[in-house]
Design a binder for this molecule. Structure first.
Ligand code: HQG
Length: 171
């Protein structure tokens, strides 16, 4: 299951061409084509979508897409949303000098990914080592005109976070 989930994320976010698929402009692909291209059953795909710990995938009108995290060119067409006063970003200490100089940047993805809770940010940061959580002053950013969007699975997306709106979270 986890293996299939990772494979699905890879295809739908980063490398659809590896299995001969092409995503539409908003990242969708026909579910039947997807199932065939991966050589699995529809039931297996539906199980991953339903059980996925972070609800990474969405199915709509017989099509499937990743809810966020793309490196291929897609436009998710999410509406601008008003963020909570603070959002969180999980990272590791070795990136902090660059982050406090340049701000948070999307790196390979389309947007900076922010979490609604400290707990989630801790989990995101832990992928790379001992987690460090940054607090993003989302209310101040929104007031300055930065556009926030929220993915179907509750990840907050913003093109960049300037360093003056970041501070380290102390627990
Ligand atoms: C860091 C996973 C240097 C940033 C997670 C992060 C998330 C900088 C890394 C989602 C920087 C990018 C996204 C700067 C940011 N200088 N380093 N100026 N700005 N960074 O993977 O947020 O499980 O692209 O701190 O759970 O770690 O795949 O972003 O460490 O939700 O569904 O550059 O991916 O979700 O790494 O993770 P990523 P992320 P999935």
């Amino acid at each position: 299951m986890v293996r299939l989930s990772k494979r699905m994320a890879r295809v739908l976010r980063h490398a659809p061409e590896e299995v001969g698929l092409r995503l539409d402009a908003a990242g969708w692909v026909d579910l039947g084509d997807f199932v065939r291209a991966l050589g699995v059953t529809r039931a297996q795909v539906l199980e991953v979508v339903a059980d996925n710990d972070k609800q990474r995938f969405a199915i709509e009108d017989g099509r499937i897409r990743a809810s966020q995290g793309h490196t291929v060119a897609v436009s998710l067409d999410l509406p601008v949303a008003e963020p909570p006063a603070e959002l969180y970003h999980g990272t590791v200490a070795r990136f902090l000098p660059d982050i406090f100089r340049d701000g948070l940047r999307p790196m390979a993805r389309h947007d900076v990914h922010l979490s609604a809770t400290v707990e989630t940010a801790v989990r995101v940061g832990s992928r790379r080592g001992r987690p460090v959580v940054l607090v993003v002053d989302a209310a101040a950013m929104a007031a300055e005109g930065h556009e926030f969007r929220v993915s179907a699975n509750g990840v907050w997306l913003v093109p960049a976070v300037p360093p003056n709106h970041l501070r380290e979270h102390v627990s």
